[in-house]
Design a protein around this ligand. Structure first.
Ligand code: DHB
Length: 312
């Protein structure tokens, strides 16, 4: 099986779960620990526990999903207490890393949580700058000044690697501005992309929006967004130094999808919608499919193919 690393932390495969479905409760995180997922990634947490938005708030679609979960989570202290138990249950041979996702409603919230996880047994910290589903809380990653002010504070709280979960960008001026901000700070990795925020799916039969929260607006995920994810990974891999790892997310459900993200410049990929639909079996399946492609194409390592996209 082809291995990789994020911020020098080794991963036994190229594929793990995205902060999203099936990673909120302790039993779900233990299932990930026992699965072929290369890491245990936790659901984005907030200072206080949250029930999340009103239902229906998730709908599977023919080519992906739409969701407006609203950050249902146990609150960061529950994850802090859980981490040693999760770590304990991981077999020492695999030494599977734990990645915590933090999604505060203010810079102060994020400082409190990142500080706490810096003193925990988490291996990596992913700060979510891109949740689109909280009424009245714009996606931080679309506010460049706030992003910079947040990084000034979040990058000096400890030595564990910090990464940013970014929203999708659609203009080169935005790729360049965000890359230049990231370069000013010791950011170890970025995760591209979060769901495409505030999309609308309509059921023509019932003449209504398909999900309830925020007047039907929600994050689009899955196959629909793969070209957007690939473009974001590619753009940032060209704009950032190679020391900053890029994790690809968006529409990965086969080894071929993972391979495309590798060509675009990803050091690893995360899976959300396919994991929601298929369960933990997806990690072994996708990793095997990627291994077969690497063998068939005679790539002997991730490094040999990473970012090697050809131009016609
Ligand atoms: C939720 C959705 C996101 O896309 C995200 O980054 C964080 C949280 C949610 O609705 O729970």
């Amino acid at each position: 099986r082809i291995s990789t690393s994020i911020a020098q932390v080794p991963l036994a495969s190229f594929i793990f779960n995205a902060s999203g479905p099936r990673c909120t409760e302790e039993d779900e995180l233990n299932l990930l620990g026992a699965s072929a997922s290369a890491a245990i990634m936790t659901k984005s947490c907030t200072l206080k526990p949250r029930e999340g938005n009103a239902e229906p708030r998730y709908q599977a679609l023919p080519l992906g999903s739409i969701q407006s979960m609203g950050l249902p989570n146990l609150g960061y202290q529950a994850y802090l207490e859980m981490l040693p138990r999760l770590k304990q249950a991981i077999s020492p041979q695999t030494n599977k890393p734990i990645v915590v996702s933090v999604s505060g409603f203010s810079i102060t919230d994020n400082v409190v949580m990142v500080k706490a996880f810096q003193a925990s047994c988490a291996d990596l910290i992913e700060v979510n700058f891109s949740c689109p589903n909280i009424e009245g809380k714009p996606q931080v990653g679309y506010d460049f000044e706030q992003t910079e002010r947040a990084l000034e504070q979040l990058c000096q709280l400890g030595s564990k690697p910090i990464g940013l979960k970014l929203p999708p960008y659609f203009d080169f001026s935005h790729f360049i501005t965000m890359a230049n901000i990231i370069k000013k700070f010791p950011v170890s990795f970025i995760t591209c992309i979060n769901s495409v925020g505030n999309t609308l799916v309509i059921d023509p039969e019932t003449e209504s929006a398909i999900i309830k929260p925020k007047g039907g607006f929600g994050g689009l995920c899955g196959d629909y967004i793969k070209p957007i994810g690939l473009a974001n990974v590619r753009a940032f891999s060209q704009l950032l130094p190679s020391s900053i790892d890029i994790i690809g997310v968006g529409g990965i459900k086969t080894g071929t999808d993972a391979f495309e993200y590798l060509l675009a410049g990803a050091s690893a990929v995360q899976v959300a919608t396919c994991f929601e639909k298929e369960g933990v079996e997806c990690f072994d399946r996708i990793a095997k499919e990627l291994d077969s492609i690497m063998v068939a194409k005679q790539y002997s390592s991730i490094a040999a193919a990473k970012g090697k996209l050809k131009m016609i």
